[in-house]
Design a protein around this ligand. Sequence first.
Ligand code: UD1
Ligand code: UDP
Length: 387
Amino acid sequence: MSQIKLLNIVGARPQIIKASAISRAIRLHFSTDITEIIVHTGQHYDKELSGVFFDELEIHKPHYNLGVGSAGHGRQTSMMITGIEEVLLKEKPDGVLLYGDTNSTLAGALAASKLHFPVIHIEAGLRSFNKSMPEELNRIMSDHSSTLLFAPTNSAFKNLMSEGFRPENSPPYTIDNPKIYLTGDIMYDNTLFFAGLAEKKKSKLLEHLSLERDNFILVTIHRDTNTDDVSRLNEILITLKTLAEQKEIILVMPLHPRTIISLKTKLESLYEELCKSEYIKIIPPVSFLEMILLEKNCRMIITDSGGVQKESHFYKKPCIVLRKETEWIELVNNGTAKLVDADPDRIKYEFMNFMESHKSLEYPGFYGDGKTAEFILKEILLMFEKK
Ligand code: UD1
Ligand code: UDP
């Protein structure tokens, strides 16, 4: 079989990290079979949300950067579609790889499927069953524009079946006859690969922040429901500050720029109070290897991030999820992640509980064998052989 060409579309921080698992597997195992063209939509553009990952995770510099930047959903997505369409017409790839559920994912799915390029969705089938989340709409529409769908968990695979996808479909696969697979999670591949490197790199982050192993809590907040609803953000942060002071434990918060913007513009006095507290350390977003160090060494994680929820499991840390629901439901069923919404009483209860019980929890392997990227690429190559 001749080489196939895949367009690898990224845009937001977690997609760049996920794409590194696929890029690495291509480089290590399939460099004679697959040519990879990286398209960055430019959805994230700050060095600490984008460039740092290309440098640190050794991903090829994007072949195309569409530079769309920040804008409302419609404008941002339409600029991405226009840019991706041009690249598709020029490169004529055999398939288009998409990750997760951002506007960059949706734009890739729409641009490629309308031009009849097979869409390959990695992290397919995840559902929050809450269509007021932009990500839920992006997931559903991307899955239903796809030809190959790689579901990372049993529940994601079942979600696809309940939406009419049939595991028994046989080749040739098309958008009307798609193939669904149950895989593991490529982020688990990344964890196994990068956890050791993070230690070896000897970042001084923990020393700089005066953090002691097992004696601080990692907090990330970026979800629009939390950042744009000022009363939610206010309640969450006041509750966390009170708990940190009461238990005399440091909260480290690498905050996404959208959270900082909300704090600085709408909650100015709270922001000042947080900055003054000896138990709160608000810092800019950190690199992936630094994030791993924080995750590995903290006592507990509090987050509204999808990726960070899972990493809490990889590093065996209890996780309080600042959301009403989650797509990674196995974590909640396991009792090691707790959904608290933005409810101060639930946050307090789970916080106190995990402060005591964190050493007795168990973290079974839900996310594959660490070779998911390799499996995915093998299946993609098989599909093109059988075409
Ligand atoms: C996006 C994804 C979200 C994902 C998150 C990962 C969508 C709809 N949302 O959310 O699913 O969890 O990425 O981090 O695709 N900004 C900067 N610098 C940047 C990028 C953004 O300051 O480099 C600020 C801008 O004020 C911008 C805001 O962050 O308006 C939101 O950025 P955007 O890319 O629209 O959404 P995220 O919240 O990052
Ligand atoms: N992450 C990072 N630095 C940070 C915050 C997060 O490297 O300061 C990584 C984190 O380890 C995870 C991914 O970014 O792999 C999650 O991205 P994010 O929380 O932005 O989005 P989500 O997963 O919710 O879509």
